[in-house]
Ligand binder design. Structure first.
Ligand SMILES: NC(=O)c1ccc[n+]([C@@H]2O[C@H](COP(=O)([O-])OP(=O)(O)OC[C@H]3O[C@@H](n4cnc5c(N)ncnc54)[C@H](O)[C@@H]3O)[C@@H](O)[C@H]2O)c1
Length: 395
C-alpha cells in the first residue's frame, strides 16, 4: 500500500481525495495545511481518520515515510515545496498546475527530482476527462480525418448581484499577481486549455499571438491564436477563447464551462462537456453541458451528424471523474514505475505557452516559442508585468 501525503487542503484537495477512496494500492497517510482547524474538518468530511494531520510540511516530511506527496497549494509555493519533497526522498511527486512561476523554477523542480530519483508528475486532469478521452480515440480512428485546427472556448460568468465565486474573490491569492503569477483564465485555467490543444494535435506550438483585454476583473476577454510546429506540409492551428459575462447567471457554485471544436480534413467534432458537467465533489455544477442540447460529442461528416456518449450517465462523465482518473493514473505509475502523464518537461512546455501568451498581449506582437527560454528569463529579455486583471472592475 503506497503511503500518500497532501500539502494543502483547499478547494482542489476535495477532488484529489476521490481517487484514494477505495483505492487498493494507496491510502492517505498524512495531510498538511497551515490551517489546523480546516485540516481537522477535512479529515472528518472525507473520513480519513487514519491520516495524521500536520500544519508544517517539513515536520510531515521528516516524520512520515511517504511514497507519494501531492502539492496542492497556491502557485508561488509550488517550487519550494516540490524541492523539499524531492530532497525528502519521496518516490512520486504530484504537483498541481500551473507548474511554477517561470521556467527557472520549473528547471529547479525537474532537476531536484532527477537528482533524487523522484518520479515527477504535473497534475493535468483534463486529459483524463471521459469525453476528451473518447474524442481523442475517435480522432485516432480517423473519424474526422487529419485534424487541422482546434478551438477551445472557455466561458465564465457571475449573476449580477451574486457573490463572487471564491476563485475570483478580489482578496483571493488568485487575484494577486505576485502569488498566482497568472490571471485566473489564460494562465491558470488556460494551462488545461493549452495542454488540450497540444494533446489533440500531438505537437508543440511554434508561435502564439494573443489579445487579452483588461476590461473585466479577469484576464478576459482573451483571444489567443497559435500555430503548431512541424507544420511545413500540413499547417495546424489552435484558437483559445476566454470570455467573461458579468451578468450571466450560472446557477452553480463554480464559474466555468468549456466547449471544444476540432476541424479535420473530412469533418468537424464538437466536445460539449467538461468543467460544467454534473455536480462535483465540492461544487454544484452549472450543468449547462448536461442539457440535451449539448451531446457530449457531436461529429459532422459526410453530411451527417453523429452523437456519442449520450448513453453514459452524467455522473460517469462529471468533471470529478477526470480527477479520479488522473489520481489513479499516478498511483499506478509509481506502483509500476511507468511514465506519468504529465511529465515535468511537459508541464514546463505548457508554462512556456502561458508566458508567450501574456508576453504577446503585453507587447502586442506574435511571440515565437524559441524566445521563451530559461536564459532569456534570467537575462530579463522578457518580463510579464501583469495578469491583465482589472481590480477596479472587481470592486
Ligand atoms: N486541476 C484543476 O482543475 C484545478 C482546480 C482548482 C485548483 N487547482 C490548482 O490547485 C492548487 C490549489 O488550489 P486551491 O483551489 O485548492 O487553492 P485554495 O486556496 O483553496 O487552497 C490552498 C490551501 O493551501 C494551504 N496552504 C497554503 N500554504 C501552505 C503551506 N505552506 N503548507 C501547507 N498548506 C498550505 C492553504 O491553507 C489552503 O488551504 C493551485 O495550484 C490551483 O491552480 C487545479
Amino acid at each position: 500500500m503506497l503511503r500518500v501525503g497532501f500539502i494543502g487542503l483547499g478547494i482542489v484537495s476535495n477532488e484529489h481525495v476521490l481517487g484514494y477512496l477505495d483505492n487498493p494500492d494507496a491510502e492517505i497517510a498524512a495531510v498538511c495545511d497551515l490551517d489546523r482547524e480546516a485540516g481537522r474538518r477535512w479529515l472528518e468530511r472525507w473520513e480519513q481518520g487514519q491520516a495524521t494531520l500536520y500544519d508544517n510540511h517539513e515536520e510531515m516530511l521528516e516524520k512520515e515515510s511517504l511514497d507519494i506527496v501531492e502539492v496542492l497549494t497556491p502557485h508561488h509555493l509550488h517550487c519550494a515545496l516540490a524541492v523539499d519533497c524531492a530532497q525528502a526522498g519521496v518516490r512520486g511527486l504530484s504537483l498541481q498546475k500551473p507548474m511554477a512561476h517561470g521556467l527557472a523554477e520549473c528547471d529547479r523542480i525537474i532537476e531536484a527530482c532527477r537528482r533524487n530519483g523522484v518520479k515527477l508528475r504535473v497534475y493535468e486532469n483534463f486529459l483524463f476527462y471521459p469525453a476528451f478521452e473518447r474524442a481523442k480515440a475517435l480522432i485516432e480512428e480517423g473519424v474526422i480525418g487529419e485534424p487541422i485546427s482546434v478551438r477551445v472556448n472557455t466561458m465564465g460568468g457571475v449573476k449580477e448581484g451574486a457573490p463572487w465565486p471564491i476563485f475570483w474573490d478580489p482578496t483571493s491569492w488568485r487575484m494577486d499577481f505576485s502569488r498566482s503569477g497568472t490571471g485566473p483564465l489564460v494562465g491558470d485555467d488556460g494551462f488545461h486549455k493549452f495542454s488540450l490543444a497540444r494533446w489533440f494535435m500531438e505537437r508543440d506550438f511554434e508561435k502564439i499571438g494573443a489579445w487579452i483585454d483588461g476590461d473585466t476583473p479577469l484576464d478576459a476577454p482573451a483571444m489567443i491564436r497559435a500555430r503548431f510546429r512541424d507544420s511545413a506540409g500540413k499547417p495546424k492551428y489552435a484558437q483559445l477563447d476566454f470570455s467573461f459575462s458579468p451578468r450571466m447567471a450560472l446557477p452553480c457554485s463554480f464559474w466555468l464551462e468549456d466547449f471544444v471544436e476540432i476541424f479535420g480534413e473530412k469533418g468537424v467534432m464538437w466536445i460539449n462537456q467538461c468543467t460544467g458537467g454534473k455536480d462535483r465533489a465540492y461544487f454544484q455544477a452549472c450543468n449547462m453541458s448536461g442539457s440535451p442540447a449539448f451531446p457530449p460529442i457531436a461529429v459532422f461528416v459526410d453530411g451527417e451528424v453523429t452523437t456519442y456518449m449520450e448513453e453514459v450517465p452524467p455522473e460517469e462523465r462529471s468533471w470529478s471523474s477526470s480527477f479520479v482518473g488522473a489520481t489513479r493514473h499516478f498511483v499506478e505509475a509509481v506502483r509500476d514505475d511507468s511514465r506519468p502523464v504529465f511529465s515535468g518537461e511537459e508541464g514546463r512546455e505548457i508554462t512556456r505557452y502561458i508566458i508567450a501568451a501574456y508576453l504577446s498581449a503585453q507587447e502586442e506582437r506574435d511571440v515565437y516559442l524559441d524566445e521563451i527560454t530559461t536564459q532569456a528569463e534570467l537575462d530579463r529579455e522578457y518580463e510579464i508585468k501583469s495578469n491583465f486583471c482589472n481590480a477596479a472592475a472587481a470592486a
